[in-house]
Design a protein around this ligand. Structure first.
Ligand code: GUN
Length: 283
């Protein structure tokens, strides 16, 4: 029997905690505010941004959306970020990625004040994560860690395998598991014997972006399987894990949808609250 790790339940618990703290700050005259910037018309990005706005509203967090046209210049975007960096109502700034090709993502991310960088994408925050001295964690890996904690899954001493080495998920996921004393291996497109390495995992995290990439023969009996993928296959949303065949081998597994996805927004809300507390000298 496997345990289904329910991201809807766990994210609701995180959001409830954030909502209560936001309300408490309000009694002290402190508001919490998030600015979300979206450039262009990418349909998936529009859905993500709309969900972030709804979450803010539900938790009493002020949300300001800046929907800019595809034709926005780098200078225009940088000017907006400079204004938001100085805006006392705004504690968190998120620039939805990917940006249109004519905009330099690195330059834009680097222009966000690290203390308002609720995505934790700025090199200062990436460096802080590396040395274990952080206040913001990137939302998706932080969501995975929250799920493991909620389910009482111990990381210390476990063989943890992360498939995928992106800056947003794979690399920071590796660091967070390492900070909890896991023994971590990152696999990627050039890894030899990938299936064999995965079969050694007590905790297997898939962040590849390929439907059904993780098959049952790659999973050890009793492993914990975390699926970070969001893919479409024949019009249906699915993860990176062949869920139907892998679930019975696992001791616990996240579904897609309803797994890691809802956690990402909950952790963004938590980071925005953390930013507000930091800006008001409370931490
Ligand atoms: N695009 C896909 N995921 C994310 C995310 O977590 N943050 C931002 N800013 N853009 C994204």
């Amino acid at each position: 029997m496997y345990k289904l790790i329910d991201g809807k339940v766990i994210s609701a618990a995180v959001k409830e905690r954030v909502k209560n703290e936001v309300a408490e700050l309000k009694t002290k005259g402190i508001t919490v505010g998030l600015a979300v910037i979206i450039v262009g018309e990418d349909p998936a990005s529009k859905v993500y941004v709309s969900n972030k706005k709804k979450a803010c509203e539900a938790l009493g967090i002020l949300s300001r959306e800046y929907a800019l046209p595809e034709s926005t210049t780098e200078d225009e975007l940088l000017n907006l970020i400079t204004k938001l960096n100085a805006d006392p109502e705004i504690n968190g700034i998120l620039c939805q990625l990917p940006l249109p090709k004519h905009l330099d993502e690195k330059l834009i991310i680097n222009s966000i004040d690290p203390e308002k960088d609720v995505d934790a994408f700025h090199p200062v925050n990436v460096g802080k994560i590396m040395i274990g001295d952080y206040y913001f964690l990137p939302c998706t890996p932080a969501g995975v860690m929250e799920m493991l904690k909620y389910e009482g899954i111990e990381v210390e001493g476990k063989n943890c395998v992360v498939i995928g080495r992106s800056n947003i998920v794979g690399k920071p996921m590796n660091m967070l598991l390492l900070h909890k004393n896991g023994t971590v291996t990152i696999c990627h497109s050039r890894t030899k014997n990938l299936a064999e390495i995965c079969r050694n995992a007590d905790i297997l995290v898939a962040a590849v972006g390929k439907p059904n990439f993780v098959t049952a023969d790659m999973v050890k009996d009793g492993a914990v399987v975390i699926d970070v993928g969001i893919n479409r296959l024949d019009g249906k949303l699915c993860g990176d894990v062949d869920f139907e065949n892998v679930k019975e081998k696992s001791s616990a597994i996240t579904p897609v949808p309803g797994g890691v996805g809802p956690m990402t927004i909950a952790m963004l809300m938590q980071n925005t609250l953390t930013a507000a507390k930091k800006h008001n000298g409370l931490i």
